[in-house]
Design a protein around this ligand. Structure first.
Ligand code: ZN
Length: 109
């Protein structure tokens, strides 16, 4: 993701009228940053929908079905994000499964 320092450098460069090939580099950086932010927002929206379903179920007094780990298939108690866009699934038996899609692999721990 583009750091605040990089973004400030781009803003300063544009304000000072910098042109040429540097503009292409900045556009590439901004597009990569946008792609990453869109992925983060998509993930956040998915988690918000899950949270809504869970909380709405509590209000309705519904017994919620167990949620299953996509890695091992066992129910999990809790899940948390793993920067930049991985997931860690925590099981009742204190094992964890990690999914790290950035490198295309997943592994148990
Ligand atoms: Zn698992």
């Amino acid at each position: 993701m583009l750091s605040d320092r990089d973004a400030d450098e781009i803003a300063r460069g544009r304000a000072n009228g910098v042109g040429g090939p540097l503009i292409g580099k900045w556009v590439d950086q901004l597009l990569a940053d946008r792609k990453e932010r869109v992925a983060q927002i998509r993930y956040l929206r998915q988690r918000l929908k899950q949270a809504f379903t869970y909380l709405d179920g509590l209000l309705e007094g519904r017994k919620l079905p167990a949620v299953h780990c996509p890695r091992c298939g066992k129910p999990y108690m809790r899940v948390s994000g793993l920067s930049p866009n991985g997931m860690v699934y925590f099981h009742a038996d204190r094992t964890e499964c990690r999914l790290e899609p950035m490198n295309g692999r997943a592994h148990d721990r």
